[in-house]
Ligand binder design. Structure first.
Ligand code: AMP
Length: 178
Protein backbone atom coordinates (compact mmCIF):
# COMPACT_ATOMS: atom_id res chain seq x y z
CA UNK A 1 0.00 0.00 0.00
CA UNK A 2 1.29 3.43 -0.98
CA UNK A 3 0.71 5.63 2.08
CA UNK A 4 1.87 8.78 0.27
CA UNK A 5 -0.73 8.18 -2.44
CA UNK A 6 -3.45 7.95 0.22
CA UNK A 7 -2.19 11.03 2.10
CA UNK A 8 -2.08 13.02 -1.17
CA UNK A 9 -5.66 12.04 -1.96
CA UNK A 10 -7.14 12.62 1.50
CA UNK A 11 -8.98 15.94 1.65
CA UNK A 12 -8.82 18.13 4.76
CA UNK A 13 -11.77 20.43 5.31
CA UNK A 14 -11.09 23.03 8.02
CA UNK A 15 -13.89 24.04 10.41
CA UNK A 16 -16.31 21.25 9.47
CA UNK A 17 -18.81 20.49 10.96
CA UNK A 18 -17.94 23.13 13.59
CA UNK A 19 -15.16 25.73 13.89
CA UNK A 20 -11.83 24.26 15.00
CA UNK A 21 -12.35 20.75 13.58
CA UNK A 22 -10.03 19.58 10.79
CA UNK A 23 -12.34 17.18 8.98
CA UNK A 24 -10.52 14.31 7.24
CA UNK A 25 -12.72 13.66 4.24
CA UNK A 26 -12.29 10.06 3.07
CA UNK A 27 -14.75 10.55 0.19
CA UNK A 28 -11.76 11.65 -1.90
CA UNK A 29 -10.09 8.29 -1.12
CA UNK A 30 -13.24 6.33 -1.95
CA UNK A 31 -13.72 8.05 -5.32
CA UNK A 32 -10.16 7.29 -6.47
CA UNK A 33 -10.08 3.73 -7.92
CA UNK A 34 -6.41 3.13 -7.04
CA UNK A 35 -6.86 4.35 -3.43
CA UNK A 36 -10.03 2.29 -3.04
CA UNK A 37 -8.29 -0.84 -4.31
CA UNK A 38 -5.12 -0.36 -2.25
CA UNK A 39 -7.06 0.24 0.98
CA UNK A 40 -9.30 -2.79 0.58
CA UNK A 41 -6.33 -4.97 -0.42
CA UNK A 42 -4.33 -3.84 2.62
CA UNK A 43 -7.14 -4.39 5.13
CA UNK A 44 -7.90 -7.79 3.58
CA UNK A 45 -4.20 -8.70 3.75
CA UNK A 46 -4.05 -7.83 7.49
CA UNK A 47 -7.09 -10.04 8.31
CA UNK A 48 -6.63 -12.81 5.73
CA UNK A 49 -5.59 -15.41 8.31
CA UNK A 50 -7.88 -14.34 11.15
CA UNK A 51 -10.92 -16.43 10.20
CA UNK A 52 -13.19 -13.37 10.23
CA UNK A 53 -16.84 -14.44 9.88
CA UNK A 54 -18.52 -10.98 10.07
CA UNK A 55 -17.39 -7.46 9.27
CA UNK A 56 -19.34 -4.80 11.19
CA UNK A 57 -19.34 -1.39 9.46
CA UNK A 58 -20.07 1.73 11.55
CA UNK A 59 -22.53 4.12 9.89
CA UNK A 60 -21.91 5.52 7.44
CA UNK A 61 -18.34 5.69 6.21
CA UNK A 62 -17.57 2.29 7.73
CA UNK A 63 -20.05 0.73 5.32
CA UNK A 64 -17.84 1.36 2.28
CA UNK A 65 -14.60 -0.40 3.17
CA UNK A 66 -16.43 -2.78 5.51
CA UNK A 67 -18.55 -4.27 2.75
CA UNK A 68 -15.68 -4.56 0.25
CA UNK A 69 -13.41 -6.22 2.82
CA UNK A 70 -16.19 -8.58 3.96
CA UNK A 71 -16.54 -9.77 0.38
CA UNK A 72 -12.77 -10.18 -0.02
CA UNK A 73 -12.54 -12.17 3.24
CA UNK A 74 -15.53 -14.36 2.44
CA UNK A 75 -17.30 -12.95 5.52
CA UNK A 76 -20.77 -11.51 6.04
CA UNK A 77 -21.40 -7.79 6.46
CA UNK A 78 -23.36 -6.24 9.36
CA UNK A 79 -24.50 -2.62 9.66
CA UNK A 80 -23.98 -0.80 12.96
CA UNK A 81 -26.45 2.09 12.66
CA UNK A 82 -27.63 5.23 14.37
CA UNK A 83 -30.75 4.80 16.55
CA UNK A 84 -34.08 4.13 14.86
CA UNK A 85 -32.67 3.26 11.43
CA UNK A 86 -32.75 -0.55 11.58
CA UNK A 87 -36.12 -2.10 10.72
CA UNK A 88 -35.80 -5.31 12.75
CA UNK A 89 -35.44 -6.02 16.45
CA UNK A 90 -32.20 -4.36 17.53
CA UNK A 91 -29.77 -4.16 20.41
CA UNK A 92 -28.61 -0.68 21.49
CA UNK A 93 -25.48 0.73 23.10
CA UNK A 94 -25.41 4.31 24.41
CA UNK A 95 -22.20 6.27 24.88
CA UNK A 96 -21.13 9.68 26.10
CA UNK A 97 -20.02 12.36 23.65
CA UNK A 98 -18.48 15.75 24.35
CA UNK A 99 -22.00 17.18 24.52
CA UNK A 100 -24.70 14.73 25.59
CA UNK A 101 -25.26 11.09 24.68
CA UNK A 102 -25.44 9.12 21.47
CA UNK A 103 -26.29 5.50 20.65
CA UNK A 104 -25.71 2.83 18.02
CA UNK A 105 -27.69 -0.30 17.15
CA UNK A 106 -27.25 -3.74 15.58
CA UNK A 107 -29.98 -6.24 14.65
CA UNK A 108 -30.31 -8.86 17.40
CA UNK A 109 -29.96 -11.70 14.87
CA UNK A 110 -26.90 -10.19 13.13
CA UNK A 111 -24.18 -11.82 15.27
CA UNK A 112 -23.81 -15.02 17.27
CA UNK A 113 -21.27 -16.53 19.72
CA UNK A 114 -19.42 -18.36 16.92
CA UNK A 115 -18.52 -15.14 15.14
CA UNK A 116 -15.05 -13.66 14.81
CA UNK A 117 -15.70 -9.99 14.12
CA UNK A 118 -13.84 -7.19 12.37
CA UNK A 119 -15.28 -3.72 13.14
CA UNK A 120 -14.47 -1.14 10.45
CA UNK A 121 -14.73 2.66 10.44
CA UNK A 122 -13.06 5.48 8.58
CA UNK A 123 -11.41 7.30 11.49
CA UNK A 124 -10.35 6.85 15.11
CA UNK A 125 -10.45 10.11 17.12
CA UNK A 126 -11.45 9.85 20.82
CA UNK A 127 -12.44 6.21 20.31
CA UNK A 128 -15.88 6.82 21.85
CA UNK A 129 -17.94 5.50 18.95
CA UNK A 130 -15.62 2.57 18.30
CA UNK A 131 -15.65 1.56 21.97
CA UNK A 132 -19.45 1.63 21.93
CA UNK A 133 -19.42 -0.62 18.86
CA UNK A 134 -16.95 -2.98 20.56
CA UNK A 135 -19.12 -3.16 23.71
CA UNK A 136 -22.23 -3.78 21.61
CA UNK A 137 -20.53 -6.53 19.57
CA UNK A 138 -19.13 -8.10 22.75
CA UNK A 139 -22.65 -8.32 24.22
CA UNK A 140 -23.38 -10.99 21.57
CA UNK A 141 -20.71 -13.21 23.17
CA UNK A 142 -18.58 -13.39 20.01
CA UNK A 143 -15.25 -15.26 20.02
CA UNK A 144 -12.93 -12.36 19.14
CA UNK A 145 -13.13 -8.69 18.09
CA UNK A 146 -10.73 -6.86 15.76
CA UNK A 147 -10.98 -3.19 14.79
CA UNK A 148 -9.68 -1.40 11.70
CA UNK A 149 -9.67 2.29 10.85
CA UNK A 150 -8.38 3.95 7.70
CA UNK A 151 -7.10 6.91 9.76
CA UNK A 152 -5.83 7.21 13.31
CA UNK A 153 -5.96 10.86 14.38
CA UNK A 154 -3.32 11.77 16.98
CA UNK A 155 -3.86 15.52 17.36
CA UNK A 156 -4.65 17.72 20.34
CA UNK A 157 -4.32 14.97 22.90
CA UNK A 158 -6.59 12.47 21.11
CA UNK A 159 -5.90 9.02 22.52
CA UNK A 160 -8.40 6.73 20.82
CA UNK A 161 -6.06 3.75 20.79
CA UNK A 162 -5.51 4.02 24.54
CA UNK A 163 -9.25 4.48 25.15
CA UNK A 164 -10.01 1.23 23.33
CA UNK A 165 -7.14 -0.43 25.19
CA UNK A 166 -7.23 -4.21 25.11
CA UNK A 167 -10.98 -4.41 24.44
CA UNK A 168 -10.12 -5.10 20.77
CA UNK A 169 -7.06 -5.64 18.59
CA UNK A 170 -6.60 -2.50 16.46
CA UNK A 171 -5.00 -1.79 13.08
CA UNK A 172 -4.92 1.51 11.20
CA UNK A 173 -3.71 2.34 7.70
CA UNK A 174 -2.61 5.96 8.24
CA UNK A 175 -1.61 7.92 11.35
CA UNK A 176 -2.21 11.66 11.10
CA UNK A 177 -0.76 14.06 13.65
CA UNK A 178 -1.57 17.41 12.08
P1 AMP B 1 -14.55 9.25 17.87
O1 AMP B 1 -15.78 8.53 18.37
O2 AMP B 1 -14.24 10.49 18.63
O3 AMP B 1 -13.36 8.31 17.75
O4 AMP B 1 -14.89 9.77 16.41
C1 AMP B 1 -14.87 8.90 15.33
C2 AMP B 1 -16.06 9.08 14.45
O5 AMP B 1 -16.33 10.47 14.20
C3 AMP B 1 -15.80 8.44 13.12
O6 AMP B 1 -16.99 7.80 12.69
C4 AMP B 1 -15.42 9.58 12.21
O7 AMP B 1 -16.05 9.43 10.97
C5 AMP B 1 -15.91 10.85 12.90
N1 AMP B 1 -14.86 11.86 13.06
C6 AMP B 1 -14.40 12.35 14.24
N2 AMP B 1 -13.46 13.29 14.05
C7 AMP B 1 -13.29 13.41 12.71
C8 AMP B 1 -12.43 14.20 11.86
N3 AMP B 1 -11.56 15.09 12.35
N4 AMP B 1 -12.53 14.04 10.52
C9 AMP B 1 -13.41 13.14 10.02
N5 AMP B 1 -14.24 12.37 10.74
C10 AMP B 1 -14.19 12.48 12.08
Amino acid sequence: MDKDLLIRNLRNIPDFPIPGIQFKDVSTLFKNPECLRQMSEEISRIYRDKSITKVVGIESRGFVMGAIVADRLGAGFVMCRKPGKLPGESRRQTYGKEYGEDAIEIHTDALNPDDIVLIQDDLLATGGSAKAAIDLVRSFGVKKIYCNFIIELRIEGLKGREFIGDSAEISTLLTIDE
